[in-house]
Design a protein around this ligand. Structure first.
Ligand code: IPM
Ligand code: MN
Length: 369
């Protein structure tokens, strides 16, 4: 991967002192993943060219194509390499010729679990100029963040069949919540809420009326950890009610913390009210280790190779990664560039309706850096 260092060696040396360099694992993945990641990389190179940090990129060809060719999903050796990276940048995992769940479980979820990326951070922010299907709601109303637990719950994979294939068949799917897992997620959410410093308001999203054991634990831990954050106001809402309020009064939310499956579901709803999968990005984070950033839309195979898919979600994921690495100024510049492109240029965030191709949207953002 070409790094955008100045060519004059004397200048290069001076430049090295000024800027930091980060090791990034790039996993373009399947479908439109490589196209959108290409545009994200252009944005990262643009940042470096403007005197910001530099990124040493190592590409990993994980995904459906490789699995179909070699049978390999994710080796332990690759996993050890990924663990040493400053961050991971992922396009999309999912291939029409591979059965459901194989790539997801063995690549995406395995990385989340093995690297203990226990936070899935998903901002739901409507940028000025972006269409939302919510009538009479604007950027001042849609501006919150979902903190999703990312290593437990139904995703832990516990369960099994009894009498499989018989008329008396039983399928059991277990949701696992550990004290440690719940507490570290909730503590992160409080800290995040305090640092975000918007309304200083944290909502616990659960289902205490039915999931009596799981959310009894979540609720107790929520109130205990709250004692460490008296400056943060709290409330509780059932997940079904949250879905309703996200549509009716999204302005009431600042930070929402929830378990793995509820976080998965409500963030797709969140993506829709912020303008769609063309813009929604997230980070899988271990606050004491590494982190992986990704656009939350899938591999969209029907758009692959057509230069039609919207790269802004992937560029936004890159933006979150730069921010996570501590490069606050570069992250702000990239965010401003994304906002300018959506406000002034891009006609719609939907694939094929942007008024530009994938590459041209990437160029617009880089041009605004
Ligand atoms: C997501 C995705 C994944 C999830 C799938 C692909 C396993 O929907 O990142 O939200 O359920 O976590
Ligand atoms: Mn999902």
């Amino acid at each position: 991967m070409r790094l955008s260092a100045p060519s004059d060696p004397k200048e290069e040396k001076r430049y090295r002192h000024l800027s930091r360099e980060y090791n990034i694992a790039v996993i373009p993945g399947d479908g439109t993943g490589p196209e959108v990641i290409g545009e994200g990389i252009k944005a990262l190179e643009g940042i470096s060219r403007k005197g910001g940090p530099r990124f040493r990129l190592t590409c990993y060809d994980l995904g459906g194509e490789r699995y179909l060719k070699t049978g390999e999903l994710l080796s332990n050796a690759t996993l050890s390499e990924l663990k040493e990276m400053d961050a991971l940048y992922l396009g999309a995992i999912g291939h029409p010729d591979v059965g459901p769940g194989i790539l997801e479980r063995e690549i995406l979820l395995r990385i989340r679990f093995e690297l203990d990326l226990y936070i899935n951070l998903r901002p739901v922010v409507l940028f000025p100029g972006v269409y939302t299907p919510l009538k009479d709601k604007g950027p001042e109303d849609i501006d919150f963040v979902v903190v999703r637990e990312n290593t437990e719950g139904l995703y832990a994979g516990g369960g099994g069949f009894l009498k499989k294939g018989s008329p008396e068949e039983v399928a059991i799917q277990e949701s696992v919540s550990t004290r440690k897992g719940v507490e570290r997620c909730i503590r992160y959410a409080f800290e995040y809420c305090r640092n975000r410093n918007k309304d200083n308001h944290l909502t616990l999203c659960g289902k205490t009326n039915v999931l009596a054991y799981e959310f009894d634990l979540w609720n107790r831990v929520f109130h205990e950890v709250h004692k460490e954050f008296p400056d943060v106001a709290i409330n509780y809402q059932h997940v079904d009610a949250i879905c309703m309020w996200m549509v009716k009064n999204p302005e009431q939310f600042d930070v929402i913390v929830t378990n793995n499956i509820f976080g998965d579901i409500i963030t797709d709803l969140g993506a829709m009210i912020q303008g769609g999968l063309g813009i929604a990005a997230g980070g899988n984070i271990n606050p004491h280790g590494t982190a992986m950033f990704e656009p939350i839309g899938g591999s969209a195979p029907k758009y692959a190779g057509l230069n039609k898919i919207n790269p802004l979600a992937a560029i936004s994921a890159a933006q979150m990664m730069v921010d996570y690495l501590g490069e606050k100024q570069a992250a702000r510049h990239l965010l401003d560039a994304i906002k300018k492109a959506v406000k002034d240029d891009v006609k719609s965030l939907e694939a094929g309706k942007m008024g530009y191709g994938t590459k041209e949207v990437g160029d617009l953002v880089v041009g605004y850096l």
